[in-house]
Design a protein around this ligand. Structure first.
Ligand SMILES: [Zn+2]
Length: 79
């Protein structure tokens, strides 16, 4: 018997200043990456999905980003 499952981890990559449509102001925003992996006997092995998200630290409004958009935002945060 093989025990399979999914394991999701989230990691904050950067914080940048971004205009938030909900707040109507420029606020700090967190750039996060969420990785989902297939687990075998509770050990995360195979990555199946990676998602990037930019969320306002004030109101929590989030938007999904493509990998290219996330890379661009990360470069902008480090510049
Ligand atoms: Zn906001």
């Amino acid at each position: 018997m093989i025990i399979l499952g999914l394991h999701r981890t989230a990691r904050q990559l950067a914080t940048l200043r971004q205009y938030c449509r909900t707040c109507g102001r420029t606020r700090p925003a967190a750039l996060d990456r969420t990785a989902t992996r297939i687990t075998v006997f509770f050990l995360p092995l195979l990555p199946v999905r990676t998602a990037h998200r930019l969320s306002c630290t004030r109101c929590g409004t989030a938007e999904r980003l493509t990998r290219a958009e996330a890379a661009r935002a990360r470069r902008a945060a480090s510049a």
